[in-house]
Design a protein around this ligand. Structure first.
Ligand code: F6P
Length: 560
């Protein structure tokens, strides 16, 4: 076993996998796929989900070796420490308990010796009551009108998760029905264009603004919040803020200072990381306002089902663990630095952007949890688009250029089926034909011999050859209800944690985002003094000075 200060790369299990790479290099997925026993052992089912990872460049032996790596990384212990509320986010001295956000009411999950589940449910009950008041029209705005539109202001984890879930539910029949007559919009970017887009067509009289910020200090969110406070007060007067603005934060003192009634603030806790906060009031409040609490509760239940699976299932059958180990295999051993997330579902169009933050902010680290420089890379470059759109965009590179392990996510039952008379298949079957075809195209490829048999002219054969042997995995969901969306979220959250646990890093801090914020403060000060007092540029390098000079001399920003 690795001691807490040892690097995982020093363990025998890691070295064994390094050696095993040579064995795998001699294989081709074409051959691996013909071994039915192997393929059968690489199918996992849980709670309606089917995971097929037979198109990974892995054998049964690889999986055994990865399970040994999990042991060497003390994965069981690390997962328990997370669920037990230990301060595994050591650089911020915090527990990591997003699982408590979706735990059943009678569960006991402790942070610093205290069961946090009752607090979680106090806030959920408050959201339920508040969202019902807004939705029923019993809570009205300053001029007596019901608030039918919501703008949620927030960025990063206070935005991407809620946007993903909102987008996924927009076409779910049950959610759609309960959202009738209502709108939910998200204001994230500090770009004033985002403000313009958000307020376009909305009337402050019928709009509720939800300011979502864990810290309530994030520059973008606070300026956007002040901007919309202005929009409301200019139309309705200062007293309207109490009726038209509410907040979600861990910093209730700053919420009050901003001018939002503390009774209209929805708390969460420092043991919820920003990118893991969609199941807190961060997501639950805006989503309940739009879809009603009962729909959102199903989302929480789906996530909770995966939490229990993750906590209690042996690793060889544990979906997030298997996925996490395979990602480590692809990144650290096979040397594939990227991962494509390819949902064959337009409703999941915001899934990849959310997972980008969950994964890249969590695992993009250069040192171990004990501060030792890592002799290997961690994290992966996540990107993705729904199929089939991606096929007409970047799949060329995935098929014949670089090797990028792909996650194909498919849905059995469409949220919005269409059957056209006379067509060969339904529209959803057409979509899913691609979901089933692409993984095989990647795995098998096409050989020059096959092309010759098809009488392809010699000069085109190199261009039309596909090397194949490109790994992917397929995850099939029965449908895309709120429950399934919760399952999908939790699978990826835990998969990312597994990767971080194995690499021995802290997946729950994000110091890398700080430096840019500090430098922006220096620029902000300079812009202010140059615009108001004509102060000369000072303290910047040649490049930044030139750019700033051009910006100041040619921009038409009003003098403050
Ligand atoms: O981008 C850095 C970050 O701290 C994220 O981790 C977080 O999700 C985001 O900013 C927003 O932070 P807050 O919710 O405190 O406004």
């Amino acid at each position: 076993m690795a001691s807490s200060t040892a690097l995982i790369s020093d363990t025998e299990a890691w070295k064994d996998l390094k050696g095993h790479v040579e064995d795998i290099k001699k294989t081709h997925l074409r051959d691996l796929m013909s071994d039915a026993n192997r393929c059968q052992s690489m199918m996992m089912e849980f709670d309606g989900l089917l995971l097929d990872y037979s198109r990974q460049r892995a054998t049964v032996e690889t999986m055994d070796k990865l399970l040994n790596l999990a042991k060497a990384a003390q994965l069981t212990e690390k997962i328990s420490r997370m669920f037990n509320g230990e301060h595994i986010n050591s650089t911020e001295n915090r527990s990591v308990l997003h699982v408590a956000l979706r735990a059943p009411k009678d569960a006991v999950i402790k942070a610093d010796g205290k069961n946090v589940v009752p607090e979680v449910w106090n806030v959920l009950d408050k959201i339920k009551e508040f969202s019902e008041k807004i939705r029923s029209g019993s809570w009205v705005g300053a001029t007596g009108k019901p608030l039918k539109d919501v703008i949620a202001i927030g960025i990063g984890g206070s935005f991407l998760g809620p946007l993903f879930v909102h987008t996924a539910l927009q076409t779910d029949p049950e959610a759609l029905e309960s959202a009738k007559g209502r709108q939910l919009r998200f204001l994230a970017n500090i770009d004033p264009v985002d403000v313009a887009r958000n307020i376009n067509g909305l009337n402050p009289e019928t709009t509720l603004v939800v300011v979502v910020s864990k810290t309530f200090t994030t520059a973008e969110t606070m300026l956007n919040a002040r901007t919309l406070r202005d929009w409301i007060t200019a139309a309705l007067g200062a007293s309207a803020v109490a009726k038209h603005m509410v907040a979600v934060s861990t910093n209730l003192a700053l919420v009050e200072k901003f001018g939002i009634d503390p009774n209209n603030a929805f708390a969460f806790w420092d043991w919820v990381g920003g990118r893991y906060s969609v199941c807190s009031a961060v997501g639950v409040l805006p989503l309940s306002l739009q879809y009603g609490f009962s729909v959102v509760e199903k989302f929480l239940k789906g996530a909770s089902s995966i939490d229990q699976h993750f906590q209690s299932t042996p690793f060889e059958k544990n979906i997030p663990v298997l996925l996490g180990l395979l990602s480590v295999w692809n990144v650290s051993f096979l040397g594939y630095p990227a991962r494509a997330i390819l949902p064959y579902s337009q409703a999941l169009e915001k899934f990849a952007p959310h997972i980008q933050q969950v994964s890249m902010e969590s695992n993009g680290k250069g040192v171990s949890i004990d501060g030792l420089p890592l002799p290997f890379e961690t994290g992966e470059i996540d990107f993705g688009e729904p199929g089939t759109n991606g096929q007409h965009s970047f799949y060329q590179l995935i098929h014949q250029g670089r090797v990028i392990p792909c996650d194909f996510i498919g849905i059995v039952k469409s949220q919005q089926p269409v059957y056209l008379k006379g067509e060969v298949v339904s529209n959803h079957d057409e979509l899913m034909s691609n979901f089933f075809a692409q993984p095989d195209a990647l795995a098998y490829g096409k050989t020059p011999e096959q092309l010759q048999k098809e009488n392809v002219s010699e000069n085109l054969i190199p261009h039309k050859t596909f090397s194949g042997n490109r790994p992917s995995l397929s995850l099939l969901l029965p449908e895309l209800t709120a429950y399934n969306v919760g399952q999908l979220l939790a699978i990826y959250e835990h998969r990312v944690a597994v990767q971080g646990f194995v690499w021995g890093i802290n997946s729950f801090d994000q110091w890398g985002v700080e430096l840019g914020k500090v430098l922006a403060t220096q620029v902000r000060k300079q812009l202010h003094s140059s615009r108001t007092q004509g102060t000369a540029l000072e303290g910047f390098n040649y490049s930044t000075t030139t750019l700033l000079k051009r910006y100041l001399e040619t921009s038409s920003e009003p003098q403050m």
